[in-house]
Design a protein around this ligand. Structure first.
Ligand SMILES: NC(=O)c1ccc[n+]([C@@H]2O[C@H](COP(=O)([O-])OP(=O)(O)OC[C@H]3O[C@@H](n4cnc5c(N)ncnc54)[C@H](O)[C@@H]3O)[C@@H](O)[C@H]2O)c1
Length: 363
């Protein structure tokens, strides 16, 4: 089937262009006595915000479409190893142009020059686990994929922020940091931003309040060993556990652990029911993009270089999620949340698990 590249290819006369509809304006300055046109070299290029998404599978497309509907950038470049799927997805998004703020959408299956000068690069490309394949083997395959992707992103956008979404997200954020050569503050994994939203949803649903009024963090590894910070949960500013204790309302530690497990298992349930997760990670990544690019300085639990925080030794270059202040410079600081001894112990365990995997990667 014929590939449509431009309307001139289809026979539209070349005189029918921008200048046919619009006369150029004279850029005379008001204060100038002589009517001079600005030399073109002194006219600054318009400031644009550009986001790149690598991988246009279920997750990449959910992120791309949330970014477009929330008007977070002026240019969006999409990359995927599958050229037909990529072009199909790009055209499908472009066909929504009449309903969305104007965003230039570019795509390529292999030419990373289209990503040049991105402010934020989001990596969602990822191999899926094969039947009988170990987790470590999957990690190795994704590391090989990242060796192809990350250096090219870094080359074309040396000042960008990198946001890793592909799983296992903590290990791959470490890999992206190593391969990019970027300062750690500019390499972030989506981490437990999503797990925390699932946690807040469950609590809010039970209490019949808006999830935005529930402050609750999951930290550590994105996945099975994530740690729920019960001691710091507040609803409308009221600390939950200490209020229960003050009012002598009993609760069981086992019930708290059952709720944490339900948060972890809710991802598996979505995958069992629809085959993958997409919408929530789309909103999670878009909320991170907004905070980063608009310098919102909001607190998000994200995967970051955690050495030196919460008792994680300085010689362990491990990435895991901690509540962090994010802005245009990336990670601006790690929040000093009080952890109980048990929470700190679980976080250490998460760090040990991730450290063991990282050491086998030979990076
Ligand atoms: N961090 C989170 O919270 C979270 C949530 C959901 C999914 N994920 C992860 O996101 C990743 C993507 O999930 P999905 O459901 O979109 O998978 P998917 O299989 O639908 O999409 C993956 C895409 O990556 C592309 N790809 C593969 N190799 C590539 C390469 N070298 N360069 C460019 N593109 C390449 C594939 O063609 C495919 O389109 C997985 O690793 C998944 O586990 C993370």
């Amino acid at each position: 089937m014929k590939k449509i590249s431009s309307l001139s290819d289809l026979g539209l006369h070349s005189d029918v262009s921008h200048s046919f509809f619009f006369k150029p304006i004279n850029s005379t300055t008001a204060s100038s006595s002589s009517s001079t046109l600005l030399p073109s070299s002194s006219v600054a290029a318009p400031r644009t915000t550009k986001i790149t998404v690598v991988g246009v599978g279920n997750v990449g497309m959910a992120i791309a479409q949330t970014i477009l509907t929330q008007d977070l950038c002026d240019a969006l470049s999409l990359l995927d190893a599958n050229p037909d799927k990529l072009r199909g997805e790009m055209l499908d998004l472009q066909h929504a142009a009449a309903f969305l703020p104007r965003t230039k959408i570019l795509s390529s299956s292999s030419d990373y020059s289209i990503t040049a000068h991105s402010d934020l690069c989001i990596v969602t490309a990822g191999a899926r686990q094969l039947v009988g394949e170990s987790r470590l083997n999957l990690v190795q395959r994704n590391v090989e994929m990242f060796k192809n992707i990350v250096p090219q992103l870094a080359r074309w956008s040396p000042d960008a922020l990198l946001l890793v979404v592909s799983n296992p997200v903590d290990v791959l954020t470490y890999v992206a940091w190593k391969l990019s050569g970027f300062p750690a503050a500019r390499v972030i994994g989506s981490g437990t931003n999503l797990d925390s939203s699932r946690f807040r949803f469950l609590l809010a649903d039970h209490l019949e309040v808006n999830a935005q009024d529930v402050q609750a963090y999951m930290v550590g590894e994105h996945g099975d060993s994530s740690v729920a910070l019960w001691s710091s949960i507040t609803v409308a500013g009221v600390p939950v556990l200490s209020s229960l204790e003050k009012n002598q309302i009993a609760y069981e530690e086992e019930a708290l652990e059952r709720i944490r497990k339900a948060v972890v298992e809710s991802a598996y349930e979505v995958i069992r029911l629809k085959g993958y997760t997409s919408w929530a990670i789309g909103y999670s990544a878009a909320s991170l993009a907004r905070t980063l690019l608009r310098d919102q300085r909001s607190i998000h639990p994200v995967s970051l270089l955690a050495r030196g925080f919460y008792g994680i030794p300085d010689d362990k270059e491990v990435f895991l999620s901690l509540p962090a202040q994010l802005g245009r410079g990336g990670v601006l600081g790690v929040t000093n949340v009080h952890l109980t001894e048990e929470e700190a112990r679980c976080l250490q365990q998460s760090a040990d698990t991730l450290w063991e995997i990282q050491q086998q990667l030979g990076l």
